[in-house]
Design a protein around this ligand. Structure first.
Ligand code: SF4
Ligand code: SF4
Ligand code: FES
Length: 235
């Protein structure tokens, strides 16, 4: 049996005070994730915290529950991740602290507004003008790898150079560019390469602090080296 104290950083809305509220959660399911716990806590009606105080349902986002959409991204015990991907059994200790991603405007409880991730891609003009034919070989594998990005923002959470108010797009911008660099023809690649150099390459410290937090397990170091080679060094 798994028994955890789920400690949620709560907030009623933008600008409101943040405070911690703890819930006891037990399950016989060894595969239970943070998302499982949040769903089951919210199914309790009424929901009581460990002090016996009646609580509002915990606000958080989810859609696929299969690590495919990125909507459940949050900070679990200090590390960003997808709630549906983090098994409770993998977390040491009894207390599990859940906080919203800190790099984005807070909406309520564990919900943030990640619109800036998409705004960056729009500003970089990272989109396809027409249908593309997947090239064969290694580039195709890179395009596939990059296509798995969830736009969850976990890599931005740990990036020392990313700020929602800044110009640097971080890995969440690099990965889609890496895909398009691998898929598009020479003219399109020149345009994308210029965007990449100004919005990603010039702002990135190359520390790869983002490398190990990606819930999709994308090989960020490899994609970055491929994109740098194509967009910066012309190889
Ligand atoms: S390598 Fe460093 S600066 Fe570049 S995106 Fe990753 S964490 Fe940010
Ligand atoms: S690269 Fe990984 S961590 Fe970053 S936005 Fe995409 S899926 Fe999320
Ligand atoms: S709900 Fe889609 S990634 Fe977690």
């Amino acid at each position: 049996m798994i028994e955890k104290l789920i400690d949620v950083l709560r907030c009623a809305g933008p600008g409101a005070r943040q405070w911690h509220q703890t819930f006891l959660y037990t399950t016989d399911d060894d595969g239970a994730t943070v998302a499982t716990a949040l769903r089951e806590l919210n199914e309790r009606s009424p929901l009581f915290d460990v002090d016996g105080v009646e609580a509002e349902p915990i606000r958080w986002e989810c859609s696929c529950l299969q690590r495919k959409c990125g909507s459940c991204a949050m900070v679990v015990n200090g590390m960003p991740g997808a709630a549906c991907d983090v098994r409770l059994s993998s977390l040491r200790g009894k207390r599990v602290t859940l906080e919203p991603l800190r790099k984005f405007p807070l909406v309520a409880d564990l919900v943030v507004d990640r619109q800036v991730v998409y705004d960056r891609l729009r500003d970089m003009e990272v989109w396809l003008e027409r249908e593309v034919e997947l090239p064969k070989g290694r580039r195709n594998a890179d395009a596939y790898e990059a296509s798995r990005c969830l736009q969850c923002g976990c890599c931005l959470e740990v990036c020392p150079n990313f700020a929602a108010s800044g110009d640097f797009g971080g890995m969440a911008a690099m990965v889609p560019v890496a895909r398009l660099l691998a898929e598009t023809d020479a003219d399109e690649r020149r345009r994308l390469a210029a965007s990449y150099r100004s919005a990603v390459f010039s702002g990135c410290g190359k520390s790869l602090a983002c490398r190990d937090v990606c819930p999709a397990k994308i090989d960020l170091a490899h994609l970055m080296s491929r994109s740098n080679a194509a967009a910066v060094w012309g190889r």
